[in-house]
Design a protein around this ligand. Structure first.
Ligand code: F6P
Length: 541
């Protein structure tokens, strides 16, 4: 392998394909190959993935697979699953896949029996959530818990809230979950002001238990609880913690008997299947949580074992690299046709952008190409009436993933068929558009006709599943985790650290005393100094 994948013959070959690619249109690719739709459709567990409407030829696909071989993707996959310390900047294993290994699997890493530890935490989570769901776990005054409030941010929030929303059709009606993440006090206010402290349970989720937002919200939540229950002993019945740091949990005042652990080899953005998903387990129950883990595992096994040319996450990751690095795309749209998946794009933003928003390679050298797409999106059909116009007729290359389900979670009249007819229509319209001839043949005013032409050739991937279930949600998340991994491997970056975010955290802590007036405000840059002066004036400091 050449030192940098970007210096390889395989990379140059793709650059050659890219230079010629403006002449290729999906109309021609489909016209010359009537079987393309079926041929470029693959199955991974319960997900059918049609990647035929992407701007790829067979030559491009095989060049991408050759690039993956050159980048050592197969070896990197094996290294991740085996627990090698592939997160080199933090000297850590990357083992979120171990969180969903079945109980009878074996994995010992760094002397640790990983499977036994994972299942011991799952057992404790199961026992706790059984008690909360059955009413055996009561609050300080003996009343059963009606609301679970998850306090966490980033990976300690986005996964739980996304999964809770996605799986609402499977939750117990007896318990509502809410999620507080922002240090903006309005978030805490809005999520607590109508709750009864006696029936509220807080789950404080923080891998480090050192995150400013989470500790501040947790402190104020405790104040809110004690203002009403007026007994410090109430904390033990109304606060549990999820963390890797038992000492800090104890320092905060939460009994470590009520702490659910995880490990430094679980990155925050990959942590939903760990104890971080406790609120989801309380909502849907331990069996359905186990179904979600089994769904993840099915896709993990596919990624670990399938040859690259049939490996769906690898192929989709490679196609993303093709768009981003070789064809110059800047963003990637996530368009789930399920209202329950309304937080899925936000979840994927952290997964993909915190992972692959990097500009130096593993060896410390700067990259010389585009990495990390901007992920964004909203559920269809809402997005159709908002931003789809730009995808249809704008000037930008925006690959889009359409995610849909054959069966709805709630079948009302003929709504689901109408909903899905939009789903199928959009990818066809984006791919094939409408030519000037077609528009003119409809008798359109010649002055208006050019405006009604749709060039088409806008790439999409369609992911179709039977129904949104816990298992299917796990499969979808694992699919995107491994897509992200594949891209990071080709780019030779570390997808598992986030030093950029860490800098912002340090600077916010340094600035805080300057806002309250407890330290001088004028030793930053002139812009920041001026803004702080204006802020302090309004706050009377
Ligand atoms: O946003 C940066 C980050 O470090 C994320 O990676 C992480 O998910 C989040 O902060 C929260 O961290 P913690 O779980 O330690 O509170």
């Amino acid at each position: 392998m050449s030192e940098h994948v970007s210096d390889s013959a395989e990379w140059q070959s793709l650059q050659g394909h890219a230079e010629k690619f403006s002449a290729v249109h999906l109309r021609d690719l489909f016209g010359s190959d009537p079987g393309r739709g079926e041929r470029l459709t693959a199955k991974v567990a319960g997900l059918t993935v049609d990647y035929s409407k992407n701007l790829v030829t067979d030559e491009v696909l095989s060049s991408l697979v050759a690039l993956a071989e050159r980048a050592g993707l197969r070896e990197r996959i094996a290294a991740m699953f085996a627990g090698e310390h592939i997160n080199v900047t933090e000297d850590r294993a990357v083992l979120h896949t171990a969180l969903r290994l079945p109980r009878d699997a074996t994995l010992v890493v760094d002397g640790q029996d990983i499977v036994a530890e994972v299942h011991e935490v799952l057992r404790r989570m199961g026992s706790f959530s059984d008690k909360v769901r059955s009413g055996e776990w009561t609050g300080h005054t003996g009343q059963r818990i009606k609301t679970v409030v998850n306090i966490g941010i980033g990976g300690s929030d986005l996964g739980p809230v996304m999964a809770y929303e996605a799986l609402k059709a499977y939750k117990t009606p007896d318990i509502e979950c809410r999620f507080i993440s922002n240090i903006d006090p309005t978030d805490l206010y809005e999520k607590t002001h109508d709750l009864d402290p006696a029936t509220t349970l807080f789950i404080i989720v923080s891998k480090t238990f050192g995150t400013q937002e989470t500790l501040t919200n947790a402190t104020e939540a405790r104040n809110w609880l004690l203002a009403s229950l007026k007994d410090d002993a109430a904390v033990a019945k109304h606060f549990v913690a999820v963390s890797t740091n038992a000492q800090r949990v104890a320092d905060f005042g939460i009994d470590t008997a009520n702490m659910f652990g995880f490990w430094d080899w679980v990155g925050g953005r990959y942590s939903l299947p760990s104890a971080v998903g406790l609120s989801v387990m309380v909502a849907i129950g331990r069996e359905q949580f186990a179904d979600m883990l089994a769904g993840y595992h099915a896709v993990d096994e596919h990624f670990r074992t399938e040859p690259l040319e049939r490996n769906v996450p690898a192929l989709l990751g490679l196609i993303n690299v093709w768009y981003d690095t070789f064809l110059g795309a800047q963003s990637h749209a996530i368009l789930p046709y399920s209202q329950y998946l309304h937080r899925f794009a936000a979840y994927l933003q952290q997964l993909t952008m915190e992972s692959n928003g990097k500009s130096v390679r593993l060896d410390g050298s700067p990259v010389t190409f585009q990495t990390g797409e901007v992920y964004w999106g909203e559920p269809g059909t809402n997005g159709q009436h908002a931003f789809y116009q730009l995808i249809h007729q704008g000037t930008k290359l925006i690959p889009a993933d359409f995610i849909g389900f054959a069966r709805p979670n709630h079948d009302i009249g003929g709504m689901h068929d109408l909903f899905m007819s939009n789903f199928f229509a959009q990818t066809g319209a984006l791919a094939f558009g409408r030519t000037l001839d077609q528009v003119e043949a409809e008798g359109t005013d010649p002055a208006v006709a050019p405006h009604r032409v749709m060039q088409g050739n806008h790439p999409t991937t369609t992911i179709l599943a039977d129904k949104l279930t816990p298992s299917i949600l796990g499969q979808l998340i694992a699919l995107y985790e491994h897509i992200t991994f594949t891209e990071g491997t080709i780019w030779q970056i570390n997808s598992f650290d986030q030093w950029g975010v860490e800098l912002g955290k340090v600077m916010a802590n340094q600035l805080a005393p300057k806002l309250t007036g407890s330290s001088a405000a004028a030793d930053d840059d002139s812009s920041t100094n001026n803004l702080i002066k204006l802020y302090r004036a309004v706050r009377g400091r």
